[in-house]
Design a protein around this ligand. Structure first.
Ligand SMILES: NC(=O)C1=CN([C@@H]2O[C@H](COP(=O)(O)OP(=O)(O)OC[C@H]3O[C@@H](n4cnc5c(N)ncnc54)[C@H](OP(=O)(O)O)[C@@H]3O)[C@@H](O)[C@H]2O)C=CC1
Ligand SMILES: O=C(CO)COP(=O)(O)O
Length: 332
């Protein structure tokens, strides 16, 4: 089908590389760690980031070389921790082939600039809108790596680019739908991680279904309002990238964000929860950016503001929930 390069052989980059190979593409993985590159090429495994897979497809190979990684790529997938995306992509400036489409799988907002990943990727690589797409949905990497049925949304301002990306990433067990709402899909993926931190925290503190459902519903309303203020379409938040991903992430201990929150709820400090986190919990740095975006767009962000206090002042789960309730009588 296509020659595809994945930048970042983390848990999701590797699982998605397998999806792409299963869909018939020739897949090159780029990573900065020689051990990971060697393991993919010689053992067909990524024991560091995705030990659940015993043998990655033969159509997947890896390289440390930036130029070699992208020189023949028709599609370039970016799956790097959001806070390091700009720095990592800087190394690819001038190397991206002129017609290649770049697709972000990342779910985070850059802390220092409050920018979404579509903004960071396009700005860093100098990409026009029709050569950029983001892809997001309820996609816990371990389940996708086990080839359990799942779906996602590919969004690009150019509908034909979204359809092209959906086409090369769809296989028997993974279905990708197309959208033109880049801002909506980006905001859904990034902001649900903050909600997952809060739900995880309430679970860790011992609260049950009512509390989780309340946080998820209020969280969805908050991220929809903020997304719409930023230019997104409200209906995107009711789709796979929105409520779909919220349900998956807030309901599973496979989520690093949920687990990070659960550890806080059990009494760990932020430092302790960071130390035991198995990979990146994007919601942690994204929380401050969500509060800043709320101020910028004049949208109340009670949940993100409460989680900001958890992360920066160490308030308890009960205090976080009291902040979420607020003092005023308000309409839903
Ligand atoms: N895991 C999941 O279920 C899903 C994750 N995502 C999103 O995908 C993105 C990646 O997540 P995931 O793969 O799970 O995370 P991991 O923590 O497993 O991996 C992070 C990746 O980022 C790379 N990285 C970090 N810093 C740098 C740097 N300075 N230069 C180059 N590469 C760097 C890491 O490289 P190294 O290994 O060398 O440290 C690694 O490949 C996140 O935004 C996440 O929200 C989206 C959907 C599902
Ligand atoms: O985005 C995800 C599932 O769709 C993965 O969530 P975590 O990053 O919290 O593991």
């Amino acid at each position: 089908m296509a020659s595809v390069t994945v930048l970042g052989a983390g848990a999701w980059g590797t699982a998605f590389g397998q999806v792409l190979a299963d869909a018939g593409n020739d897949v090159t993985m780029w990573a900065i760690e020689p051990d990971i590159v060697n393991a993919i090429n010689t053992l067909h495994q990524n024991p560091v980031r995705l030990p659940v897979v015993n043998r990655l497809p033969d159509a997947m190979h890896a390289t440390l070389g930036r130029e070699e990684a992208v020189k023949d790529a028709e599609i370039i997938i970016v799956a790097i921790a959001a806070q390091f995306a700009r720095q990592a992509l800087d190394g690819f400036k001038g190397l991206i082939p002129p017609h290649a489409v770049v697709v972000s799988l990342m779910k985070g907002i850059e802390r220092s600039t409050d920018k979404r990943m579509d903004q960071v990727v396009r700005e860093t690589l100098g990409l026009p809108a029709d050569r950029f797409a983001c892809l997001s949905g309820p996609n816990l990497s371990k389940e996708v790596a086990q080839r359990q049925p799942a779906a996602a949304v590919a969004a690009s301002e150019s509908h034909s680019t979204a359809v092209k990306v959906a086409g090369i990433a769809t296989t028997g067990y993974f279905k990708v739908f197309a959208s033109t709402d880049v801002i909506g899909v980006e905001m859904c993926g990034s902001l649900k991680n903050v909600v997952a931190l809060a739900v995880g925290m309430s679970r860790g503190a011992g609260f049950g279904e009512n509390t989780a459902a309340m946080i998820e519903t209020r969280g969805l309303a908050e991220l929809t309002q903020l997304g719409v203020a930023a230019g997104a379409q409200a209906q995107t938040f009711a789709g796979l990238a929105g409520v779909g991903d919220l349900v998956a992430t807030c309901g599973s201990p496979l989520s690093r964000n949920y687990t990070f929150g659960a550890n806080l709820g059990r009494g760990m400090s932020v430092d302790e929860a960071t130390k035991v986190s198995n990979g990146v919990a994007e919601g942690v740095p994204t929380t401050a950016a969500v509060v800043a975006l709320g101020e910028k767009y004049g949208v109340d962000t009670p949940l993100a503001s409460a989680m900001f206090r958890v992360l920066n002042e160490g308030i308890s789960c009960e205090e976080m929930l009291a902040d979420l309730f607020g003092d005023d009588m308000v309409d839903e």
